[in-house]
Write a protein that binds this ligand. Sequence first.
Ligand SMILES: NC(=O)c1ccc[n+]([C@@H]2O[C@H](COP(=O)([O-])OP(=O)(O)OC[C@H]3O[C@@H](n4cnc5c(N)ncnc54)[C@H](O)[C@@H]3O)[C@@H](O)[C@H]2O)c1
Length: 316
Amino acid sequence: MKRIMVTGALGQIGSELIVKLREKYGSDSVLAVDYRVPDKDYAGLFELADVRDREALDRLVTKYKIDTIYHLAAILSAKGESNPQLAFETNILGLYNVLEVGLKHRIERIIVPSSIAVFGPDAPKENTPVEVALQPTTMYGITKVTGELLGNYYYHRFGLDVRGVRLPGIISSETLPGGGTTDYAVEMFYAAVKGEPYVCFVRADTVLPMMYMPDCIKALIQLAEADGSNLRYRCNYNVTAMSFSAGELADAIREFIPDFVCEFKPDHRQKIADAWPRSLDDSAAREDWGWQPDYDLKSMTKDMIDKLRKKLHPSK
Ligand SMILES: NC(=O)c1ccc[n+]([C@@H]2O[C@H](COP(=O)([O-])OP(=O)(O)OC[C@H]3O[C@@H](n4cnc5c(N)ncnc54)[C@H](O)[C@@H]3O)[C@@H](O)[C@H]2O)c1
């Protein structure tokens, strides 16, 4: 029986990853961990712990005989720029704790998402390759580059099986995103389905790589289960599903909700978005472990609107 621990389990990705992992491996096999208290109706194994507290992680790994960790607890890009110290402590020291506890208990596998934030403004913007100079200018990006390097180091130096993907912006309907630069994409859907106008915080021509949540979950689990001998990279696989501008997303939503009104008033997050790639080369993930997304802009938009209509207007 697998014994999986997911840190940051109440976040945008964790809340949906947990459901899939429990479906796949059984409810008793998946422990959710976060430093926030869950809603009263939260179902399933849950423990409160701060990833900055190594002893707390150690106790949980011992208590539940954990063999696999999906380490999602992090401070994201926009929030990280407003509190860089917190981003450093959470993203770098938190990961260091997870790696050290993983090493001590000889855990089978650790999955750590990285991000397109590892790329700095000098990286090629189109079809950005895996291997390129990484010179991010945000604390979030710096913590993500460090995370990739640390994960690679623990694999090569100690044989700890650490793996990770550089995720693009993730769009989902279940849990609101936690302070990233691509949050506008999710907010736009919520506003449109509520029948409200939306003021987008990046320019209409801002193009970023994106992915729908079911593909994100698929990528994380598929990489976790891939044959390690096929992996050319460890913690820095590019993965992507689609690229579109904020204006194109508003147009795609208007195909389903024609009276949706969207204005574009860039704020401080425009600078972060401008430093990131417009599209990614994810051919290594496709070749090494069979990565292939299921959703494009049109199919994602339809599914998001269907799901949000049910969530926000259940009686209609
Ligand atoms: N969502 C995206 O668009 C996106 C894109 C690229 C990469 N990622 C990466 O995916 C991972 C998960 O992201 P997400 O979108 O689910 O983030 P999120 O902000 O929605 O969730 C993070 C969770 O971590 C928890 N957390 C924060 N600090 C903690 C601590 N010290 N101890 C324990 N828990 C703590 C929070 O309470 C929250 O529930 C992160 O590593 C992030 O960098 C996300």
